[in-house]
Design a protein around this ligand. Structure first.
Ligand code: HEM
Length: 273
């Protein structure tokens, strides 16, 4: 085998850096203190934000595929997004070492900054059908077109709305009030949709494309709840039940969100099957 040395000389920056922008990424860690644990806190938060952005890209692509009646493309994309969650959720292990004393060493220096103000996370919630107009407000002055994108996602169909639209176009009975619902409202469970999923599971076998869609959406819902659960546990370990820097009651606020699953009838239908 030819062991030719890779190219080592470049006129400008390496083509790799021109593409990946590692030199830019490595300049974005502006810590507030010299506490070593803060660097990890900041880098891991940034890694999670990148994953949030990736997930929102994937889910919007899956929505486009569903709208185009391309179920195969939607399925491969949803499954890919669940795989991303494996890596994203695994990054919570980096927080395990942090006792309340370790967190207190830099917590005050973060001021009012809180993940609650993450517009990329809120975008994910909107794509999953969790809509709360008040939660748009904090992002009004965020640089770039992120606020406009968030507003767009708020007003538009969720991933689940588009999955139900697909089913309606393929012979499944989806009530008009579900199909024509105001997409800017949080999706509420409907008994006919629960019936629909019960029928899918009872009348199809593994490998049936619509059953696969049901399972892929269930995986997405579970993976998102896993992130919420790991976050709640990290909060419990690092600060107990103290109030949050974002002004919320902390754990109580987070546990309320954790109790809500995306795509509710995919969960409730299981009791009846
Ligand atoms: C040990 C580390 C962490 C602690 C103690 C913590 C604490 C909290 C608390 C108390 C809240 C409630 C809102 C408030 O601040 O009042 C919150 C919300 C939130 N945090 Fe964290 N957090 C941690 C790490 C992270 C990381 C790494 C991320 C990833 C970017 C993150 C993202 C979020 C998000 C998205 C919310 C809003 C959740 C919702 O609205 O349901 N947090 N966090």
């Amino acid at each position: 085998m030819d062991a030719t040395t890779p190219k080592l000389t470049f006129e400008e920056t390496t083509p790799y850096d021109a593409y990946v922008r590692a030199s830019t990424l490595a300049q974005l860690q502006h810590t507030k203190t010299d506490v070593p644990g803060e660097y990890m806190f900041l880098v891991c938060s940034q890694i999670m934000e990148l994953y949030f952005n990736l997930l929102s890209f994937e889910w919007r692509h899956a929505q486009d595929a569903l709208r185009d009646d391309d179920l195969g493309e939607a399925l491969v994309t949803l499954r890919r997004s669940t795989d991303h969650f494996e890596a994203l959720n695994a990054s919570w292990v980096s927080f395990r070492w942090m006792t309340p004393a370790d967190f207190n060493a830099f917590r005050d220096d973060l001021g009012e900054a809180s993940g609650f103000q993450s517009f990329l996370y809120r975008h994910l919630e909107f794509l999953l059908g969790f809509k709360d107009a008040a939660l748009l407000r904090p992002h009004k002055n965020v640089a770039g077109d992120h606020y406009a994108q968030l507003q767009e996602a708020f007003a538009a169909n969720s991933l689940y709305d588009d999955a139900l639209g697909y089913l309606a176009r393929h012979g499944y009975e989806v009530p008009a009030e579900v199909l024509n619902r105001d997409p800017s409202l949080t999706y509420e469970s409907h008994p006919d949709i629960e019936d629909l999923w019960v029928n899918v599971y009872e009348q199809t076998n593994h490998g049936d494309p619509v059953r696969e869609l049901a399972e892929a959406l269930t995986d997405v819902s579970e993976a998102f709840s896993d992130w919420r659960y790991r976050h709640v546990m990290a909060v419990r370990r690092a600060m107990g039940a103290k109030g949050g820097s974002g002004g919320s009651a902390g754990l109580a606020w987070l546990e309320r969100s954790l109790a809500r699953n995306a795509f509710p009838e995919l969960w409730s239908a299981r009791t009846r099957i």
